[in-house]
Design a protein around this ligand. Structure first.
Ligand SMILES: [Zn+2]
Length: 294
């Protein structure tokens, strides 16, 4: 961490000296303080921390593990002995940290990914009349999640008429969601990557536009079996097993994605946050067992 005097008008922000220390009550850590030799401003190591001004640092990491293990936000608040508003505020913070770590890890795999699978998982915002689509991209060889993007879609099937009557026309943002996913994966995968998807009509255009030298294989969607919440298929061999299994893991471990549950997403942005936290947990702990505390 590069420390500088936090005063933006300071002439020599690099000239500062140590100036005692204090014991942070909240997590019993000794924090070094500094004083700027030019403007006299006093600051400490904590000033530059991302958790600056937080009063419940101790629960950050346990909360991450709970949220990625199928526990609801209210229940994790009860379990950790904090208010539910604290959990509400910590989710975007954890997501921000996880997003950075996910990005860093993805860059490490640059050019080494040769097979990917892509699919969409349908969930909802409050009601089934307001569906959301989560686009999932997975590395077929390592099973790592590469991208998770949330986009709103209009209600479909027998609910579509009722949805328009009750909530009006709903914008279809699936195109934007897919764009974001391809913007993330196209610089990372190798140029001659093999992309496996189902027969959704939007995928070929995106593969052609973002991965022109890729080989695109499409497979017919199969009927779901009892296990796996509609994601695992009732066939002996499922060519899209890796992505379908990842979707099933998502449904089992992100509380708001479970089918027929009381917990639903109220704000799509929080769903995105929750998914980023889970992506970090899944890639680093469930797959490689190297989770570093946040
Ligand atoms: Zn200064």
């Amino acid at each position: 961490m590069k420390k500088n005097c936090p005063n933006s008008n300071c002439a020599f922000p690099k000239k500062f000296i140590r100036d005692g220390s204090f014991r942070r009550k909240e997590d019993s850590k000794i924090i070094q303080r500094f004083r700027c030799k030019t403007c006299g401003m006093r600051f400490s190591n904590a000033t530059f921390s991302e958790a600056y001004c937080q009063k419940r640092r101790r629960v950050n990491f346990p909360l991450l593990k709970l949220l990625a293990s199928g526990v609801s936000m209210r229940r994790s608040a009860l379990y950790l002995g904090v208010d539910k508003k604290t959990v509400e505020r910590k989710l975007p913070y954890l997501a921000r940290r996880c997003r950075k770590l996910n990005q860093k890890k993805l860059e490490w795999f640059k050019g080494r990914i040769h097979n990917i699978q892509l699919d969409d998982l349908i969930t909802k915002e409050n009601s089934k009349l307001k569906p959301l689509s989560v686009t999932v991209a997975v590395d077929e060889d390592r099973r790592r999640i590469l991208a998770l993007e949330v986009s709103q879609i209009p209600a479909f099937g027998h609910l579509s008429k009722l949805a328009v009557k009750k909530y009006g026309e709903r914008k279809d943002e699936h195109f934007n969601g897919l764009t974001r996913v391809f913007q993330i994966i196209s610089p990372i995968v190798s140029t001659e990557v093999v992309v496996k998807t189902d027969q959704h009509q939007r995928y070929p255009g995106f593969v052609w536009a973002y991965l022109p030298r890729a080989k695109h294989l499409t497979f017919k969607s199969e009927r779901a079996c009892v296990a796996g919440q509609g994601e695992l298929k009732k066939v002996h061999f499922d060519p899209l097993f890796i992505v379908n299994h990842t979707c099933a893991v998502l449904r089992a471990n992100v509380n708001r994605l479970i089918r027929k549950t009381w917990c639903t997403t109220k704000d799509p942005e929080r769903l995105k946050d929750h998914l980023d936290v889970f992506m970090y947990f899944y890639n680093e702990l469930l797959l490689s067992r190297k989770l570093t505390p946040i």
